[in-house]
Design a protein. Structure first.
Length: 449
């Protein structure tokens, strides 16, 4: 049996859902193929459950702060089973809302995987086929695995959310978002954490702020080892995990191991070779600025491409693509410049625009940099150590702001509005002319001398 549609979307993660729904709003007949849960990695194995853990970590810290300023209650441990139930109900509700919206918008949800048998034809798992003049690949990515002895002794990021108890001693191999975020989360709950990175932490972020974050992680008790080269994992006689590190010898013992060594796109089972869609050496679908592959009618959005792997990027790209294909907006495409990003570390680190290094490479001596270091009020009251660090990277005689960088409590919430300003071409004098909201951390961004 073969069915015909205007658009077929492979994958119901954030990018796929956004594309399908926007196309349906424009009147397209849409089929959405997804054998798993709706929402993909973000809802079930990424942003949402991670942020829930991050909130719990903040509440754990708030308990400690409360005692230090006079509250009587002593902090207690997290009931992991109850927390998993609460988080699970929240995520299930998201899944249900997606299903209801798809039904209301007449998107045909097909709970099967599919692969290309022609540029306009997808074969489903049950052998049936569906066709469309426009097909969007939005199958996302998964944690990368390594061909190392003992790799299976460790977890990948998907496995963290199944933990039923807090491991006491944890090794995290990697230096990106996942490594840094889970290091802070596990430490906040009481784990002793070692982060073993190959070179530096968070290579896409400003060096100065990353170094300050690393210093604060060390102050919290998180051990960070750069230039590590883990080659194997094995268990000792007591069942603990030991790591063989070419740079430092044996490491451990550990109760748990998390591999945070990147992600790879889900393209291997799509039959892309059969229709001539190009992929890069890591398997990412190669697309142009319009999300189009070199095969007419075949497009890709989200983590399955080599674009910035952020949920809002996938959503925005999918909506722009649907507007172009079905909404009568031939020029619609996502502007990939100045995309804000936040690491939910402890404390959070956010940025939008260029790092200082990037700005100097492009603009040389025309770059001016402003800094602000201060102790956040809630930390000062509670006697906590650490400082917030903010940085403006400007260029030219008018000091147009090219980059905004914030490390400290509230960075995740305050940066969105400043990202709008940067996108609109804000200058340093515009920030200077803005009346501050006092007392806040955000005011420091408009008070830099």
């Amino acid at each position: 049996m073969t069915t015909s549609h205007d658009l077929i979307v492979l994958g119901a993660g954030s990018g796929g859902l956004a594309t399908a729904m926007r196309a349906a709003q424009h009147g397209a007949r849409v089929a959405l193929l997804e054998p798993g849960a709706l929402g993909g990695t973000c809802v079930h194995r990424g942003c949402v459950p991670k942020k829930a853990l991050w909130f719990a970590a903040q509440w754990a810290q708030a308990q400690q702060f409360a005692v230090s300023v006079g509250f009587a209650s002593q902090p207690g441990p997290l009931d992991w089973e109850r927390f998993r139930e609460v988080r699970g109900r929240y995520i299930d509700a998201i899944d249900q809302r997606y299903a209801q919206r798809l039904q209301a918008m007449n998107v045909q949800l097909i709970r099967q995987a599919g692969r290309f048998v022609a540029a306009d034809t997808i074969e489903l798992s049950d052998g049936s086929q569906c066709t469309a003049q426009q097909i969007v690949i939005a199958t996302g990515a998964r944690p990368r695995t390594l061909d190392l002895p003992g790799f299976g002794l460790g977890m990948v990021s998907d496995d963290i959310f199944a933990l039923q108890a807090l491991p006491h001693r944890v090794a995290i191999v990697g230096g990106g978002y996942i490594a840094v975020e889970f290091a802070g989360l596990l430490q906040a709950f009481g784990s002793k954490v070692d982060v073993l990175a190959h070179e530096r932490l968070l290579e896409d972020f400003d060096v100065e702020l990353v170094e300050e974050l690393q210093r604060q992680m060390q102050m919290q008790g998180i051990q960070t080892s750069l230039h590590s080269a883990v080659q194997a994992a094995h268990r000792d006689a007591d069942g603990s995990i030991l790591l063989d590190d070419a740079a430092a010898g044996s490491r451990g013992p550990y109760d748990a191991l998390l591999w945070a060594v990147g992600r790879v796109p889900n393209t291997q089972a799509l039959g892309l070779d059969a229709i001539g869609v190009d992929t890069d050496p890591r398997g990412h679908v190669q697309v142009d600025a319009w999300q189009a592959t070199k095969v007419a009618g075949v497009h890709a959005v989200g983590d399955v491409t080599a674009r910035k792997a952020l949920t809002p990027v996938a959503v925005a790209a999918g909506r722009q693509l649907a507007d172009r294909l079905f909404g009568g907006q031939p020029e619609a495409k996502l502007d990939y410049e100045n995309i804000p990003s936040v690491v939910f570390s402890k404390p959070p680190l956010g940025m939008v625009g260029l790092t200082e290094e990037q700005a100097r490479e492009r603009h040389g001596d025309a770059v001016t940099v402003y800094h602000r270091r201060f102790t956040p009020m809630q930390w000062a009251l509670a006697g906590a150590q650490g400082q917030s660090l903010m940085k403006l990277v400007c260029s030219g005689s008018d000091e147009r702001v090219l980059g905004i960088h914030v490390l400290g409590p509230g960075a995740d919430e305050m940066l969105q509005g400043f990202a709008v300003a940067l996108k609109l071409g804000v200058r340093k004098r515009d920030l200077d002319a803005t009346v501050a909201i006092h007392p806040t951390s955000a005011e420091e961004l408009v008070l830099m001398g």
